[in-house]
Structure formats: C-alpha cells, structure tokens
Design a protein around this ligand. Structure first.
Ligand SMILES: [Fe+2]
Ligand SMILES: [Fe+2]
Length: 289
C-alpha cells in the first residue's frame, strides 16, 4: 500500500483521450510551434535564417523531434511494463502502470498527429538511440534501473517542454495554440508520471546490493549523456528537412552553441538532483553534457 501512489492514481482516474481533448481547429500557421529563443536561433549564422517562414518551419521540425523523443520513450515504457501482464503486481503499482500505458498511448497518438502536421515523417529526427533502446529492452520494471531510466527520460523531455510553456505563459513568446495545448496536456500527465517513477525508483533502490549499485552508478551517467545527445540536438537530416543549407555544419554549430548546451544541462538537472539525493550519483554542478 502506498498513499502517494493511491493519490497519483486517483488524479488519473478521469481519463480523456488527447486526440479528442485538443482543439485542432485552433491551429495558426503563422506562429512557431516552440519559442524561437529556445532553439538557439541566436547561435546560427544569419545566412542560415532566410525568412520568418523558415523559422516557423524550423520550430515545427524541432517540435516534431520532441514528439519523436516522446514516442520512442513511450513505446519503450509500454513494452516493458506490459510484457508480463499486470496480475500479481502490487495493486497500487499495477493501477499506475495501466494508467500510464493508457496515457502514453494517447500521447503517442497526439504526437503522431503533430509529426504528420509538421510533415516530419520519413527522416531521422533523433540522434543515435540504438544503445539506449538495447539497454532499456533488457531492464525489468521490478528493478530500480528501469525506473531510473524512466525518470531520466520523462524529466529531460518534460523540463524542455516546461521551459517552452513558461516562456509562453510569461508572454515572452507566442506559439501556435495547438502546440501549446499539446505541451500543456503532456506536462499535466507527465507531472504525475514523474512523481510515480520517483516512488518506484526510491522503493527499489533500498533493495539494491552493493555490486549492482556500483554497476548502476557507473553506467547511469554515461546513459544520461547519450540520452541528452540523442534527443536535445537537431540531426542534420532534420535541419535539411527544415530547409537549411549545409545542415551538417549547422548541426555541429547548434551542438556547440553555449545556449543550447545550457538548456541540455537544465533538462538533465532534475534527474541529476534526484539521483544525487538518493546517493546513486556523485556530481559537481554544471558537469552534465
Ligand atoms: Fe508521455
Ligand atoms: Fe510519461
């Protein structure tokens, strides 16, 4: 019995499908999908940016990359938590897991719709995810390692989305109303998922042995860096699709851009803070990415 999980479960009882909840008619083709100040436009050479339309297009592709990261993580979570069915699990944990499968499926459908609207199908939006997928497919929801990966995945992408929402809510940026609704809906659900994965992780960490904890400690930081690499920086293919010339060079420039690297550090911070508080990681401030 966990009072925290019961509370989280109660909040998720009233489910509405995201495809029905989003007002798709509110789309505004003239507005970007993400605040442009978040996308390191300031770090790009002027010749890379031809027109306001190019910027809107770039923001759509960047938004599609966020959706692709979400779909990748959601697919892994659904795969791992549903592989053995839910009977025999602690009832509170089973309820949360089933609610998350339901919600992540809804998110993925919503993200798919956004990717299609961005015309972003058919080229690689994410960096190299092969190693992370390989590791994730070997982790079991019964272990702390799985929930640490979930916590990292969810907090990194949610921190990025929240950063965009904060700029919009503060009136510092105007974005397409549909993109805002997608970000708001996802953030609302992810706040619960993150709280639940924190409980799952903390409960399981207590049961880890010294050797297992040592291996976990050594690999986790490596995997976090791979995750930031794969999800937070545009791929040359995604930049080429947004219409930029010399996409390879631009991808390298954005990767080296201090603003973008600071954003990646900020997105890694919640995971680093929790894992440090739990005694899993020892980090010095600012050493992520
Ligand atoms: Fe999600
Ligand atoms: Fe989630």
């Amino acid at each position: 019995m966990s009072e925290v999980l019961q509370r989280i479960g109660a909040h998720a009882a009233d489910y509405r499908d995201p495809l029905a909840a989003i007002d798709w008619r509110a789309a505004d083709a003239d507005l970007p999908w993400l605040p442009l100040q978040l996308l390191s436009i300031d770090g790009m050479a002027e010749r890379d940016v031809a027109s306001p339309e190019d910027l809107v297009r770039f923001s759509q592709i960047e938004f599609a990359r966020l959706c692709a990261a979400g779909m990748w993580l959601e697919g892994l979570l659904i795969n791992r938590v549903s592989i053995n069915g839910f009977l025999g699990l602690d009832v509170d944990e089973a309820r949360i897991a089933l609610q998350e499968v339901r919600e992540e499926s809804g998110h993925s459908l919503m993200f798919l719709e956004m990717m299609q609207r961005a015309g972003a199908a058919g080229f690689p939006l994410l960096g190299d995810t092969a190693l992370l997928s390989w590791v994730a497919r070997r982790l079991k929801p019964a272990g702390a390692e799985f929930w640490a990966m979930v916590y990292i995945g969810e907090t990194v992408t949610d921190t990025f989305g929240l950063r965009a929402l904060k700029a919009v809510r503060a009136g510092q940026a105007a974005i397409c109303p549909v993109a805002r609704q997608v970000l708001e809906l996802h953030h609302k659900d992810e706040a619960r998922h993150i709280a639940a994965s924190r409980v799952f992780l903390t409960n399981r960490l207590d049961r880890m042995t010294g050797v297992r904890l040592a291996v976990f400690r050594r690999t986790l930081r490596f995997l976090l860096d791979r995750f930031l690499d794969a999800t937070l920086f545009p791929t040359p293919a995604s930049l080429a699709a947004a219409g930029f010339q010399d996409a390879d060079r631009l991808a390298r420039d954005i990767r080296a851009c201090p603003t973008r690297r600071a954003l990646a550090r900020e997105c890694a911070r919640p995971a680093l803070d929790l894992l440090t508080a739990n005694g899993v990681l020892k980090v010095t401030p600012g050493d992520a990415t």
